[in-house]
Design a protein around this ligand. Structure first.
Ligand code: BG6
Length: 296
């Protein structure tokens, strides 16, 4: 189902049989909504988000490519999040099993303009799938289509903004005892001590070599988000907290209480592709009711 938003931007709605839905903008190739069977929003989008190019959209799942953050000479988080992607009218079918799944394939190729700052040809195929049960799966396939024989190197993240009830009641499991780079301390490397991650101040960390499964537990809502990833060794955890929130023009002063970014990423080790080579990176998120009281 394709339609236009009030600003004339194209968006696509995916629906699942039990009532889950997802909304995807061609601008940014960005998921901007993921709702459960009760119509509850599971992703955070700022009330101050700009849905006006060339600004990126604050919330949902921006794609950071070909550069994460300011780790290089390109604009912050690369250009993919503020380009217009195209919808593939004839996407290749899934190779395995016949479960009904709603999916779309979006394509981004280098524009002539982009080759001035990043002199490479590529084809990026982003498959967005709403699985049976409402799981939201993003699969990226990036191919080097350079004809000059040159390899290219990139970093990548699915910058996922989860909606949470109260950040001070949220726990993240699966990252304890790992090494991380602290973006608030010049990317210095530290080792996480102790138990699950909790939040009481600004956080901006790149956890390295993480397990493929991470849980984000929203105690107040009794909901657990389970994030699974493949081909993406790192995980970024970001919350701007009060001071940084006020400095972000497209983010409400108090909204940090209701969001948490946990991002599947490949940052510490950049990915290099030779001409003709393809890289694949996948993130799957699901939301489950957690009626148990963990931590007791
Ligand atoms: C995070 C970075 O991934 O994104 C932070 O680790 C950054 O350093 C944040 O502040 C938001 O970035 P932006 O460009 O969307 O404001």
């Amino acid at each position: 189902e394709q339609c236009k938003d009030p600003n004339g931007l194209d968006k696509i709605i995916l629906r699942e049989i039990r009532g889950f839905s997802a909304q995807v903008y061609l601008y940014g190739g960005q998921v901007t909504s993921w709702k459960n069977e009760h119509g509850e929003e599971l992703l955070f989008v700022s009330s101050k988000a700009n849905f006006k190019p060339p600004k990126p959209i604050r919330g949902g799942i921006p794609i950071c490519f070909p550069q994460f953050s300011n780790h290089g000479s390109l604009e912050q988080h690369g250009f993919a999040r503020n380009r217009f992607w195209t919808l593939d009218p004839n996407p290749p079918p899934f190779s395995t099993n016949s479960h009904y799944r709603a999916f779309i394939d979006l394509i981004l190729k280098n524009s002539e303009e982009d080759t001035k700052t990043w002199p490479h040809r590529f084809e990026f195929r982003l498959r967005i799938t709403l699985g049976p049960g409402g799981d939201l799966m993003l699969t990226s396939r990036i191919r080097n289509t350079n004809t000059d024989g040159k390899s290219f190197t990139f970093t990548f993240a699915y910058h996922t903004y989860f909606s949470v009830t109260d950040i001070s009641e949220v726990r993240v499991e699966g990252l304890e005892t790992l090494d991380y780079l602290d973006n608030l301390k010049n990317r210095e490397r530290f080792t996480e001590q102790g138990d699950a991650i909790t939040f009481e101040s600004e956080m901006d960390k790149v956890y390295l070599g993480t397990p493929t499964k991470i849980a984000i537990i929203d105690h107040e809502r009794k909901r657990t988000y389970v994030l699974r990833k493949d081909g993406l060794p790192d995980a970024v955890v970001w919350n701007p907290w009060d001071k940084k929130s006020k400095a972000l023009p497209d983010f409400g002063d108090e909204e940090y209480k209701h969001m948490l970014c946990v991002q599947s990423a490949s940052i510490e080790k950049a990915i290099t592709l030779k001409p003709g080579e393809e890289w694949k990176g996948r993130q799957e998120i699901s939301a489950v009711a957690s009626s148990y009281c963990s931590g007791q």
